[in-house]
Design a protein around this ligand. Sequence first.
Ligand SMILES: [Cu+2]
Length: 217
Amino acid sequence: MLLAACQGPLSTLDPGGPQARSVFVFTSVMVLVAGAAFALVIGLFAIALRRGKRVTGGDAVSVTRAERRWVVWLGIAFPMSVLTVLLAATLWVGEGQFVRDDTLPTWRATASQWGWQFAPLGADGVPGATTDRLVIPAGEPVIVEIVSTDVIHSFWVPRLAGKMDAVPGKPNRHLIQADTAGTYLGQCAEYCGVGHDRMRFEVLATAPRSSEAGSQP
Ligand SMILES: [Cu+2]
């Protein structure tokens, strides 16, 4: 039943590109490690409660050398190691979300209450600009330069990448890639007024002309 909820056009658990996949893998590892750490803490807490009952009232509780070792290794060294690894992994995964290659094909996404306009960069408003539909090639990374004409919105295609704010006057560049041809749904992810819920769009990833069959339409 839980797994049945993993798929869907707006699922973050069904990544369709490398950016979304690295976030998904990182999140999954974090959930597993956090779950294991939680179980460990609860287990130790249960042991401590049972031990506590054996201490008779009025006795001073002295800290033994073994207990001190537990505090140092499990109370300080273990969480510090986990946090260090977590910080390094966060930087590594986050770094992979940035645009590093300015020569990639770029589209401008312009958000306004309550819809999206997409056009190749530098050609806003010309024929070819589309409303609520961004057409990109499948299988290669592209940049989406995101702006807003009014309030703050957020560009979010859960199966392709994380969120990126659309801020008036400050273009934000976002790296996305769809592994296979198909339609990927997007949704404004920043509450922007009464039409926020209707502010959906789609990314249509088209197969390269030379590619063989096998990808979905
Ligand atoms: Cu919005």
